[in-house]
Design a protein around this ligand. Structure first.
Ligand code: SAH
Length: 260
């Protein structure tokens, strides 16, 4: 029996229609789909009727499926001759541990492909009216994790506080208050614009907006919780003029793909 192929597919930031054409076609042809929690269920419903769906999603209270186990699931199904789609939120190589999954596939000599996706760190913020760069306000952007790895502080917040560019923090909500404080201690003005965006690009998107010193109150007021994006920098203020209402596209609409 020949070995199957694994496609590591980025599902995009939330809105199902933000997946790539290649990603959607891969789902429609999959024999096995292994997906995360953040993936829009509308996308899963695009799988063929006989496709096996495996949810390895992590919730903050329930223990995640260990990464080694996920790697093994991908390997086992490919060795059984199945074509596997590993569907991950945003882009597979942005904090999704996609690199480790691809390494494991490479190690076993299993053919794989990466289908990049729109990362929430860029596309999700665009939906909140926040351009990550702007000629007048930010000449760089820095995407970092706020999540501690085995109790170790992941970032040098003092060094990040010195940067002028837009600072985007994923997985930072449980420590948002502390992170804002660390950035102020590192030298950022307490008046630096800051926001938290929940359900970015979804219909129920919510944004809390303030400054490094007021963000925690705004987050409480707007009831924003994880998973959400934290963004710090002058570009946050542009959301006053750049926020938009999204035109919803139904991905079940057949002629959509036939036309492409
Ligand atoms: N690979 C993903 C990121 C995985 S890390 C990407 O490229 O987008 C998971 C973190 O991403 C969450 O904790 C949250 O900070 C952020 N995130 C992903 N999707 C989001 C969404 N729709 N709204 C807000 N935050 C999101």
């Amino acid at each position: 029996m020949s070995v199957g192929k694994v496609l590591l597919v980025g599902a995009g930031p939330g809105d199902a229609s933000l997946i790539t054409v290649k990603g959607l076609l891969a789902i429609r042809a999959a024999q096995v789909i292994v997906h995360d929690r953040l993936v829009n269920t509308e996308l899963i419903s695009q799988a063929p009727p006989n496709c096996q769906i495996i949810n390895v999603g992590k919730t903050s209270n329930h223990h995640p499926v260990p990464q080694e186990h996920i790697n093994q699931i991908l390997v086992d199904h490919a060795l059984a001759g199945k074509n596997v789609v590993r569907l991950k939120g945003g882009d597979p190589y942005v904090f999704g541990r996609g690199g480790e999954e691809a390494e494991s596939l490479s190690h076993y000599g299993i053919p794989f492909e990466i289908v990049p996706g729109i990362s929430s760190s860029i596309g999700g913020l665009a939906y909140a009216g926040i351009p990550v760069t702007h000629r007048n306000y930010a000449s760089s952007f820095h995407v970092v994790t706020g999540h501690m790895c085995q109790g170790n502080e992941p970032q040098n917040w003092n060094a990040l506080a010195q940067l002028d560019g837009t600072l985007i923090i994923l997985m930072g909500m449980s420590r948002q208050e502390e992170i804002c404080q660390l950035l102020i201690q590192g030298g950022k003005s307490p008046d630096t614009p800051a926001a938290a965006v929940m359900y970015a690009s979804h219909q129920q998107q919510v944004m809390a907006k303030g400054t490094l010193s007021t963000l925690k109150d705004e987050i409480a007021r707007k009831k924003v919780h994880a998973p959400a994006l934290l963004v710090i920098g002058k570009v946050v203020n542009l959301s006053d003029v750049l926020a938009f209402t999204s035109h919803q596209i139904d991905i079940n609409h057949e002629p959509l793909l036939q036309a492409i």
